[in-house]
Design a protein around this ligand. Structure first.
Ligand SMILES: [Zn+2]
Length: 105
């Protein structure tokens, strides 16, 4: 399955408390159609104390966001953009920005 967003893309959040924020995709969770975005969608997680050196408590951690809530920021026009798929002469598929026609790899 192919998605409009890939790892290492810079994306913008469309909804939720982090709406308007942007960050880099650090991990794709393809089965869930979610992506982990750096610095976005922090949730508090409770950690139990494991040892003397690692105290328990509340830790802030990024939580994966559904891909439909994310939009790719085009490296060409630097705006959140809709992408299309272009099929090249050699048969490979590449994404392009529908706003500025820049090919995005
Ligand atoms: Zn563009």
């Amino acid at each position: 399955m192919r998605f409009h967003i890939r790892r290492d893309d810079t994306v913008q959040v469309l909804i939720g408390k982090d709406r308007g924020k942007s960050g880099k995709v650090i991990r794709m969770l393809k089965e869930d159609q979610r992506a982990l975005v750096q610095g976005v969608n922090f949730v508090k997680k409770h950690h139990r104390r494991k040892s003397q050196d690692q105290p328990g408590g509340i830790l802030q951690q990024e939580s994966p966001m559904h891909l439909s809530n994310l939009m790719l920021i085009c490296p060409g026009c630097k705006k959140p953009s809709k992408t299309g798929i272009q099929i090249l002469k050699d048969g490979s598929r590449t994404r392009f920005c529908k706003a500025c026609r820049q090919v995005i790899e």
